[in-house]
Design a protein around this ligand. Structure first.
Ligand SMILES: [Zn+2]
Ligand SMILES: [Zn+2]
Length: 71
């Protein structure tokens, strides 16, 4: 786990930016196995495959449309 210094949410190890607020995280832990059976989220801006439940693209920081399922 890597705790976001901005919003204090726990991010999965290996993330480079906070899934919730997009703040850069400072951890170099190896990527652990993420949640299974959840689809990856493709960034509409750069096309990067982000792990499930990622709200901001790990490559470009683009906000991903997965914050709320019911729009
Ligand atoms: Zn955060
Ligand atoms: Zn992106």
């Amino acid at each position: 786990m890597a705790r976001c210094p901005n919003c204090q949410k726990n991010n999965l190890a290996g993330r480079t930016i906070c899934y919730a607020c997009g703040t850069a995280l400072q951890n170099n832990n190896p990527i652990e196995s993420v949640e299974e059976d959840l689809p990856a989220t493709i960034c509409s801006a750069c096309g990067l495959l982000n792990p499930p439940r990622t709200f901001f693209c790990e490559n470009c920081g683009n906000q991903l449309g997965v914050r709320d399922e019911c729009s």
